[in-house]
Design a protein around this ligand. Structure first.
Ligand code: SF4
Ligand code: SF4
Length: 80
């Protein structure tokens, strides 16, 4: 198991921009993203915040600019 890196962020997925293409799911090494059925289409969802390393590969890979990295909430893994 990989511990989250200090200062690592979390992906925030904009369901309005997400097309459900699945690229982010494919590049996420710890497999904490999945496609979930939404209103008429699938959208990417972060299933396990604790398991996310904050690598940002999902945000880099998304062709539709639907993922932004945000700070983890205070008190989660760290506060940097
Ligand atoms: S890569 Fe972007 S558009 Fe594709 S499923 Fe992930 S968040 Fe949605
Ligand atoms: S930041 Fe990295 S570990 Fe976290 S959901 Fe995106 S690809 Fe997966």
């Amino acid at each position: 198991m990989t511990a989250p890196r200090r200062g690592a962020g979390l992906p925030r997925i904009d369901p309005a921009r997400c097309t459900g293409c699945g690229w982010c799911v494919a590049v996420c090494e710890p497999h904490v993203l999945s496609l979930q059925a939404g209103a008429g289409r699938k959208t990417s969802t972060l299933d396990d915040e604790a398991g996310c390393t904050g690598c940002a590969l999902c945000a880099l890979r998304c062709p539709f600019d639907a993922i932004r990295m945000v700070r983890r909430p205070p008190g989660s893994s760290d506060s940097v």
